[in-house]
Design a binder for this molecule. Structure first.
Ligand SMILES: [Mg+2]
Length: 371
């Protein structure tokens, strides 16, 4: 492929309801949308999941904007021939900045798939027509409110429920949800909130409430604490923030610190990287699934295609559009289908159309680039 131009938009969408995790509360989502244009006029889209503040990771909208605008795009626009893998190879000399890299790589994957007339899923090897999804429920003001919120999601058709937890918001709310809904599958996600001395405590309340999976209880580098939690546990120990590349996954596997892998393209720096990590995990009998970062419809579409690949086997954190935003930037929203599933768009590319009207409304800054 040879690129002719690009557009980098900074957008802001208002969430349907505030989303609280152990990192803080999000009411609005600021993010980057990247449009790459090939010589033929075909375009591909990528989304950058970095947030306005460096809370989930050290990257932000501002740092990603800088990397994409001053490093990646000028280099891509100078190049005679680009593809997702060659981009990642040449971008590898820049440390970190994985969310910025993933935005570019996914846009290239979309573009390459569109040019070959196939869906992103088929381009990456082919997958299921529908994917199984669950919902991630933020920290709520009250336990009663949480139980009601979970009830509404179950009424909507979601089967697997993931509760955000943190010290002081764990044993009691999780027990209340379990008591109200004895048969549902409950996961919890602490986003690194616990000190490593809390292994036994977490194990107690998670076991008592028959939690199926405990995600990222400890800081990202605390591999040994995750291994301690996993030893003999009746639940899976899932790593999210700890796994950023193949070496970190290998170390976690060696240490016995991981029995489930949350793959986020932004965190690992690309869709093909995420697929490789999931394939490696599968060889070690560790199931993988695709996590969410409150993406707009563009990032969600990319995630849905990725989740449809055979490497991903657990229900994904990819809910219907109406769970996130009043107005999304894609024309046709994702809706929840039978059996707690989303349909994989048929393509070409990610198979969703970006609404220019919605982009204009959500736009805060915009830059265009020419060859
Ligand atoms: Mg997580």
């Amino acid at each position: 492929m040879e690129l002719r131009g690009a557009r980098l938009d900074e957008l802001e969408l208002e969430l349907v309801e505030p989303f609280e995790t152990s990192f803080g509360v999000e009411k609005r989502r600021r993010f980057l949308l990247l449009e790459l244009e090939e010589r033929s006029g075909e375009v591909g889209y990528g989304e950058c999941v970095a947030t306005a503040d460096p809370l989930y990771s050290s990257e932000t909208v501002t740092t990603a904007n800088e990397m994409i605008a001053t490093r990646f795009l000028p280099e891509l626009l100078r190049s005679r021939s680009v593809d997702p893998a060659s981009f990642l190879r040449s971008a590898a000399r820049y440390k970190g900045n994985r969310m910025a890299k993933a935005a570019v790589e996914t846009a290239l994957v979309d573009l390459a798939a569109r040019l070959s007339g196939e869906s992103v899923a088929d381009h990456l090897g082919g997958g299921r027509r529908r994917i199984e999804v669950g919902v991630s429920v933020g920290i709520q003001p009250t336990v009663a409110g949480l139980v009601r919120r979970v009830g509404r999601y179950l009424d909507d058709g979601y089967r697997r429920i993931k509760l955000k937890v943190r010290p002081g918001w764990d044993a009691r709310p999780v027990r209340a949800v379990r008591a109200a809904y004895p048969d549902i599958e409950i996961w919890v996600d602490a986003n690194q909130a616990y000190p490593t001395r809390n292994v036994a405590r977490i194990r107690r309340w998670a076991t008592a409430s028959r939690v199926a999976q405990v995600e990222q209880a400890f800081p990202e580098r605390a591999i040994r604490a995750h291994a301690d939690l996993a030893r003999g546990a009746p639940f899976r120990v899932c790593l999210d923030e700890s796994v950023v590349d193949m070496p970190s996954l290998e170390d976690a596997l060696d240490a016995g610190a991981i029995s489930s892998l949350n793959v986020k393209t932004g965190r690992v720096g690309g869709a093909e990287v995420g697929q490789a990590l999931a394939r490696r995990a599968r060889r070690a009998r560790v199931p993988a699934w695709v996590g969410g970062m409150l993406e707009s419809g563009v990032g969600r579409a990319h995630n849905v295609h990725l989740a449809s690949l055979p490497e991903f086997v657990l229900p994904n954190d990819l809910s219907a559009s109406d769970r996130y935003y009043h107005e999304d930037v894609i024309e046709r929203p994702f809706v929840l289908g039978p059996g707690s599933t989303l349909e994989v768009p048929k393509g070409p590319g990610i198979g969703v159309e970006v609404s220019e009207r919605a982009v204009r409304r959500a736009r805060r800054r915009s830059r265009t680039f020419r060859r």
